[in-house]
Design a binder for this molecule. Structure first.
Ligand code: G6P
Length: 613
């Protein structure tokens, strides 16, 4: 959700900024821009669309002649105003002496804009960001100090922001501040960096300072001065970044998404190696601070998350309730924060987030912390803001996921939830038989995942056959209902085909009206409690001429003929089957999108980290 970078030092800023932005493209790709400090002015270069457009533009201008050592950059995911050149960041004051990049949303920008316009200030863009540039410039005219001007300005703003600001009179200086949006300072030798996220700077430094909400930093090549909101000097500690410089390579795959789908057996292997070696020994989770006494006090669990992580949460409800008997609710974070939710010190709140920086989930977690709930964060980014807010942490450890559509991180989230549910049951000494059974099934997963992946050519054929359809319904019952939701989401996200996930039993209460031979129905079936029921729903769909696609570990002979096509997965107990079924649906979505020529890794309008509410 917008990425920002900054550099001041002894090297050529433009190269470092462009390289940094290339590692933030997962945050948005509507436009990009850089501002570079020159002798007595600031030069700005922007382009709509992907970063490659900006790089091409700079090439035309002969990048070699741009030798600035201080600059800021931005990659945009549009919130206010179309994804056009005029709305691209950096934004400037009227005289061009001050410029800034912003990630976040200024909620009260309209009233500030009206006020400024009534005083004759002219605006070029439709963005919320431009009001901050104009306001800081006005304050700078009075104070002649950029830190004071930024501080005065942010006191007037409502919403969320990370800003990097430059003024032509303050040489080699970037002023940065944040509130409810990520920003870190990379600490170098005679050079310093700013970035929304670690990958943008990890190639240059492994040391960083995290800014707290409302702190302001004056960053120069040889100094970093940080002030608290009240103006006192802050002493933020330097932390060591947990990353190796990443070779972001597709390893021969056409897309990152396909590579990440195929990494899943190894992702599961890693998690098992780390936490579950056999069926008989108890799981221990170092960063989970819930012992037997504390767990006994927990009388309700709430899972909050967004997007794909929310679907992992839905699976979590089935597992946790089955293994522990503790009532568990699941809710999108964006809904949770706008009602009077009931949580207290006997509530365990599980926040699930791949990125650890989704704004809605952060707000929800801050709310429940105030109510005294114990917060467990399940995330792929253990240095993220959400991880920092946690009482207990489960690092899902899926490795960096580049494709905007989540795949391996989802599977790793499922694994984390299985293991956490087992941990709770074992700590509470309940359900030993079920626990042992699930452990056994989890240990067999990597090999079974390999088998599912070996079916990729067949799934590719299916994708070709079904790529012309405009609508799909995915149905399932029980623990695979969330798999239907996630499978439909994957297809929507990357192919733009209208796909809906539905509980199979609800088909007859409405969606069945849409069924005919233009609407494929994909049914997830697993031998177990709900097999016969889902099969009845398949019969109902077949009777309406819908093309039936089965994803199943078993289809009985008398029903095989009602399926137009089916994919068989290895035998697996119902409880763990979402971890296998989803892989078929990921491959189906990937191949349909790829066949249709869509931009699989960077689907339109989406971003991997959503840092606005
Ligand atoms: C965005 C991404 C989704 C992701 C969701 C939640 O919408 O495109 O893939 O599931 O955010 O993100 P989180 O990082 O909190 O899991």
């Amino acid at each position: 959700m917008c990425g920002i970078v900054g550099y001041t030092g002894i090297n050529n800023a433009v190269d470092i900024l462009l390289d940094g932005l290339s590692h933030l493209e997962y945050r948005g790709y509507d436009s990009s821009g850089v501002a570079l400090m020159a002798e007595d002015k600031i030069n700005i270069y922007k382009a709509p669309g992907k970063l490659s457009n900006l790089i091409d533009k700079l090439k035309e201008q002969d990048k070699k002649n741009i030798t600035s050592k201080t600059g800021i950059g931005h990659i945009r995911w549009a919130t206010h105003g179309l994804p056009t050149l005029v709305n691209a960041h950096p934004h400037s004051c009227t005289c061009g002496g001050l410029t800034l990049v912003h990630n976040g949303i200024i909620e009260n920008y309209k009233e500030i804009k009206d006020e400024l316009e009534s005083k004759g200030v002219k605006f070029d863009s439709q963005t919320d960001t431009e009001v901050a540039a104009k306001l800081i410039a006005q304050n700078y005219a009075m104070t002649k100090d950029l830190v004071s001007a930024v501080s005065q300005t942010t006191k007037k703003l409502k919403g969320a922001w990370a800003f990097c600001v430059m003024h032509k009179n303050e040489k080699e200086t970037i002023v940065a501040t944040r509130k409810n949006a990520p920003l870190l300072i990379g600490v170098g030798d005679k050079e310093n960096f700013l970035a929304s996220d670690i990958p943008a700077i990890i190639k240059y430094t492994k040391k960083a300072i995290y800014l707290n909400d409302n702190q302001i930093a004056r960053v120069k090549p040889n100094s970093i001065e940080i002030l608290n909101e009240d103006g006192t000097l802050a002493q933020n500690k330097i932390e060591y970044l947990p990353f190796e410089p990443m070779a972001l390579s597709k390893m021969g795959y056409k897309h990152f998404m396909l590579k990440e789908i195929f990494e899943q057996p190894d992702v599961v292997r890693n998690i098992l190696q780390d936490k579950l070696h056999d069926e008989f020994n108890k799981i221990s989770l170092d960063d989970v601070k819930l012992d037997k006494n504390r767990l006994k006090e927990i009388n309700r669990i709430q899972i909050i998350a967004c997007g794909t992580s929310l679907h992992a949460g839905f699976v979590g409800k089935y597992i946790i309730e089955d293994l522990t008997g503790i009532p568990t609710d699941v809710e999108p974070s964006s809904e949770y924060i706008y009602r009077n939710t009931i949580a207290d010190e006997n509530t365990l709140v599980i926040g699930i987030s791949q990125s650890g920086e989704t704004a809605d989930t952060i707000t929800a977690i801050k709310q429940v912390k105030q109510k005294g709930a114990h917060v467990l964060i399940v995330t792929n980014r253990k240095e993220s803001l959400l991880a920092r807010l946690s009482d207990s942490l489960f690092h899902v450890n899926a490795g960096i996921e580049v494709s905007v559509a989540a795949t391996k991180s989802y599977l790793a989230q499922l694994m984390s939830i299985y293991l956490f549910a087992i941990y709770m049951a074992e700590t509470l000494d309940i359900n030993p038989k079920k626990v042992q059974e699930i452990k056994h099934e989890l240990l067999t997963l990597p090999a079974k995942l390999e088998i599912v992946l070996s079916n990729a050519p067949k799934i590719r054929e299916l994708a070709k056959k079904y790529s012309g359809y405009k609508n799909f319904i995915f149905i399932a019952r029980g623990i695979n209902y969330p798999t239907a939701l996630e499978g439909a989401l994957k297809l929507k996200e990357i192919s733009y085909i209208n796909a809906t996930g539905y509980p199979a039993g609800e088909l007859k209460h409405g969606p069945i009206a849409m069924l005919d031979d233009t609407m494929p129905v994909l049914a997830i079936l697993n031998e177990g409690m709900v097999y016969d029921k889902v099969m009845s729903n398949c019969e109902e769909a077949y009777a309406r001429q819908a093309k039936l696609i089965g994803v199943a570990n078993f289809i009985d002979d008398k029903h095989k003929n009602i399926f137009e096509d089916y994919i068989l997965i290895p035998q697996i107990k119902d409880m763990v089957s979402p971890a296998l079924n989803i892989v078929v649906l990921q491959l189906l979505a990937y191949n349909i999108a790829e066949y249709l020529g869509k931009d699989v890794d960077q689907p339109r309008n989406l971003a991997k980290s959503v840092t606005v509410e």
